[in-house]
Design a protein around this ligand. Structure first.
Ligand SMILES: Cc1cc2nc3c(=O)[nH]c(=O)nc-3n(C[C@H](O)[C@H](O)[C@H](O)COP(=O)(O)OP(=O)(O)OC[C@H]3O[C@@H](n4cnc5c(N)ncnc54)[C@H](O)[C@@H]3O)c2cc1C
Length: 467
């Protein structure tokens, strides 16, 4: 029987809306359905509390979307422009500015803008529709099983389609329960997930921040294994929050947040905001590299469902946008060729790795190392060891041009810091190897098995040393 749809996109967040828009543009003859469990006015709302996010994004991702889809973002979905992110040491004596244009988003407005862009292309949309499972035949995904809320009742419905795109975020049940043969990893290790809390807030009358820069604070006591942030929506309105590695933290997130606010002069006396149904709240973010394969027969994963956020910054808006566009473009080409097999969708893997994912595994290795450092080592390293140029390079997953071994020995010998910096040298060598390996990402599924063994072996060496 002919499937009802060519593509069903599950989740109308950032990744899903952009995948649907790219499909609407490139597969005009195809029937595309976008579904979300939320009401129509709340696409992308992660929990009943709100669009839980730090709301900061790098301008380069908006440029990518503009180039590929012709969409230009501006007010009201962009609330503020910044020109740098400043990373501060725990003792606040050192700060490394990372220059680069970025935006602070009004997340509910951004979400509605993305949905409207998808709808303008003529795709169908169904709200209050929650995917609870996949339909399969043999080794192929053939649709979704949904629960639809209608007039106070919940109805179960099967929707058949040639391709299902899972853009349902961190809580996905589709990837987790995938029952067809594929290279997609189904589960994430708990150490690769950071519980994260954030609020939008108005500062007290006598407090102001510099509205041109985002601030990130490394602090292994106030945010063990993660970081704290203050991102300006204006000089008097901020998005602030923190993320931790669960096993390093024994305090609830809201306690850590309250203690930090009480301890930080510029935050004292702030008023939490709940505008537009966007209240303070917590949600998990993945901090590992993307799933090494994002496709199966008739199935693709994108955004948080595919662990796209940057392993160091946890920034997932940009990769969700980039991945969403590429997934939609590749799905459109596959539909036109009449072949939605894993092999024919594989181009999505290669293009995503090339465009964004190739540095993620190296960043994951660096993140695992960073999480082992205490405040004294972080203070020391940022002050004496890492120059601004090197800090910037690390942030982008690049390997700084320096003779690490020489520098480690020279700076750290005799100061009791040698182990931490030997560990850095080890991490950098693994980052190098990972960057090289991801530069050779397999062009076809048949080469994947051997390549994956090497990737896993490298990351396992890093985990074995630091976990
Ligand atoms: C506290 C916090 C701070 C962050 N700060 C930043 C930041 O400053 N910058 C940045 O770049 N990134 C940040 N991130 C990450 C960023 O928010 C995510 O990476 C991004 O939202 C991912 O988009 P997505 O479309 O993949 O998923 P989501 O935004 O989670 O959207 C998923 C959509 O799927 C829907 N859905 C879920 N399950 C189903 C289902 N079964 N059926 C139907 N629909 C379903 C949901 O309703 C939602 O609309 C932060 C994350 C957190 C938690």
């Amino acid at each position: 029987m002919k499937p009802e749809y060519d593509v069903v996109v599950v989740g109308a967040g950032i990744a899903g809306c952009l995948a649907a828009t790219a499909l609407g543009n490139h597969a005009k003859e195809s029937k595309v359905l976008l579904i979300d469990r939320n009401p129509r006015t709340e696409p992308g709302k992660k929990t009943p509390l709100g669009w839980i996010c730090g709301d900061a994004m790098n301008a380069t991702h908006a440029e990518f979307v503009h180039e590929r889809l012709g969409i230009t973002f501006g007010p009201p979905e962009i609330e503020n422009h910044v020109d740098s992110v400043v990373v501060c040491s725990p003792d606040k004596k050192v700060s490394h500015p990372i220059e680069g244009s970025g935006f602070l988003l009004d997340r509910p407005k951004f979400a509605r803008r993305l949905l409207n862009e998808a709808l303008r292309t003529g795709i169908e949309y169904q709200d209050k529709t929650q995917a609870v499972g996949l339909l399969t035949e043999g080794d192929s995904v053939t649709g979704v099983v949904c629960q639809i809320q209608e007039g106070g009742h919940t109805q179960s419905r099967k929707i058949t389609s040639r391709i299902v795109i899972d853009a349902s975020g961190m809580s996905t049940v589709l990837r987790r329960n995938l029952a067809v043969r594929s290279y997609i990893e189904k589960e994430i290790h708990k150490d690769d997930v950071e519980p994260t809390i954030r609020m939008n807030a108005r500062l007290a009358d006598d407090s102001k921040v510099d509205a041109s820069r985002c601030e990130i604070y490394l602090d292994s006591e106030k945010a063990p294994g993660g970081y704290l942030w203050i991102f300006p929506k204006s000089s008097t309105k901020v998005n602030l929050g923190l993320g931790v590695q669960q096993r390093r933290s024994d305090k609830p997130l809201d306690t850590l947040l309250k203690e930090w606010i009480a301890d930080t002069p510029v935050l004292r006396g702030l008023t939490p905001l709940e505008d537009d149904g966007n209240a303070p709240g917590a949600w998990p973010v993945s901090v590992r590299h993307q799933n090494d394969s994002l496709v199966a027969n008739g199935f693709m994963i994108v955004g948080d469902a595919g662990w796209f956020p940057n392993p160091i910054s946890a920034g997932g808006i940009g990769p969700a946008m980039t991945g969403g566009v590429i997934a939609g473009e590749v799905a459109a080409t596959a539909l036109q060729s009449g072949d939605v097999s894993e092999a024919n969708l594989w181009e999505y893997n290669t293009r995503y790795v090339e465009e964004y994912g190739k540095k993620s595994a190296a960043l994951e290795a660096f993140r695992i190392y960073l999480q082992t450092l205490n405040n004294s080592e972080l203070n020391y390293g940022l002050r004496n060891f890492v120059t601004n140029k090197e800090a910037v390079a690390f942030t982008f997953g690049e390997i700084p041009e320096m003779s690490l071994a020489d520098k480690i020995v020279k700076v750290a010998l005799g100061l009791g810091k040698l182990t931490a910096f030997r560990n850095l040298a080890f991490s950098v060598s693994k980052m190098n190897a990972l960057n090289q390996l991801y530069g050779e990402y397999p062009k076809t599924p048949s080469d994947f098995g051997e390549w994956k063994k090497k990737a896993d072996a490298l990351l396992n060496e890093v985990r074995a040393r630091f976990r």
